[in-house]
Design a protein around this ligand. Structure first.
Ligand SMILES: Nc1nc2c(ncn2[C@@H]2O[C@H](COP(=O)(O)OP(=O)(O)OP(=O)(O)O)[C@@H](O)[C@H]2O)c(=O)[nH]1
Ligand SMILES: [Mg+2]
Length: 311
């Protein structure tokens, strides 16, 4: 029923569904089954980058541009670092308030509290909710602070990596393995000194990357999100990448890889929960006793444990 209401455009139903996803509610399998037919209908765009680089400001402007094209937009502001709703997310609310009353826009912050597989498991489900609600485009903002954001970004069809001049970001990007996930680099805050140098650094890094013929070469775009400048160029780069994805059958490949990761995360979560419940029983304790006294090796014990799980 919730899914039907979300399909009919009820924002409270959408909010409720995302809350279920976020908290890892036990009705999730039913929700997922109801959403499955609408899977793959939205274009998913990830935005990542260091704290304060301008992700939310850019997202807000992208929403404006996409709405002007008549597209329905969902926004997920994901904070992988904090289990609680923190200050940054409140900041997002403020910066994205321009669209608060637009029925064609859903904006939602997410944190990882509760979910078994963490945000990397919860975020794709939240994207499915927004797809089910009829969004043509889903923008996913994550703070670029480590592995988690690389995982979250990998759920996007197109990933934008935002940088700002003078933050040493170009070097950082390589360190964090972000270069590999970037389809489009956005040098934001181009009103600041050093934008040219940052663009040069990025282009230098891109030139070093090995690419076969027909492979995507990351685009570099400048913007001043705070003034709404360069946003059309970002939209153009996203659309160009989209066309490339479709032409090279890469969209299907990426989505299958994503689905595989999703299945794995859910299965591992379930497995972990079952092993956890074994902990309370006698099976694991008996195995542990034998390993500790040297009558069984830990590999054989793990084998027995897995065999027990299979029953
Ligand atoms: N000078 C300048 N400031 C900008 C620009 N874009 C955003 N800002 C400012 O940079 C600050 C941070 O912007 P946000 O959009 O919140 O950055 P964010 O990357 O979402 O930040 P977190 O979510 O906290 O990681 C705000 O004060 C913005 O007004 C820009 O193009 N030029
Ligand atoms: Mg933000």
């Amino acid at each position: 029923m919730l899914v039907e209401r979300a399909r009919a455009g009820d924002p409270r139903a959408v909010a409720r569904l995302i809350t279920l996803v976020e908290s890892g509610d036990e009705v999730l399998p039913q929700v997922a089954a109801a959403l499955a037919p609408y899977s793959g209908q939205a274009q998913v765009v990830g935005l990542t980058g260091s704290p304060g680089v301008g992700k939310s400001t850019t997202t807000n402007e992208l929403v404006r541009a996409l709405r002007a094209q008549g597209r329905r937009v969902g926004v997920l502001a994901v904070d992988p670092s904090s289990p609680f709703t923190g200050g940054a997310i409140l900041g997002d609310r403020v910066r994205m308030q321009d669209h608060a009353t637009d029925p064609g826009v859903y904006i939602r912050s997410m944190s990882s509290r509760g979910h078994l597989g963490g945000l990397s498991a919860a975020t794709p489900q939240a994207v499915r909710v927004l797809e089910g609600a009829g969004c043509d485009v889903v923008l996913v903002e994550t703070v670029g602070v480590g592995q988690a954001e690389v995982e979250v970004a990998s759920l996007a069809d197109t990933t934008l990596v935002l940088l700002a001049p003078g933050m040493g970001d170009a070097i950082q990007a390589v360190k964090a393995g972000i270069l590999e996930i970037a389809d489009v680099f956005v040098v934001n805050k181009a009103d600041r000194d050093g934008a040219d140098a940052t663009v040069r650094d990025i282009n230098g890094m891109i030139a070093l990357g090995e690419r076969g013929p027909g492979e995507w070469r990351p685009q570099v775009v400048r913007s001043i999100a705070a003034r709404g400048e360069g946003i059309d160029d970002i939209v153009a780069a996203i659309d160009k990448h989209r066309s490339w994805l479709v032409e090279h059958d890469e969209l299907r490949r990426r989505r299958e890889a994503r689905a595989a990761a999703e299945i794995e995360a859910i299965a591992l979560g379930a497995l972990r929960a079952r092993i956890g419940s074994l902990r309370d029983g006698t099976g694991l304790a008996a195995l542990a006793g034998r390993v500790a006294e040297g009558t069984l090796d830990p590999y054989a014990a793990a084998g027995e444990l897995l065999a027990e799980l299979g029953n």
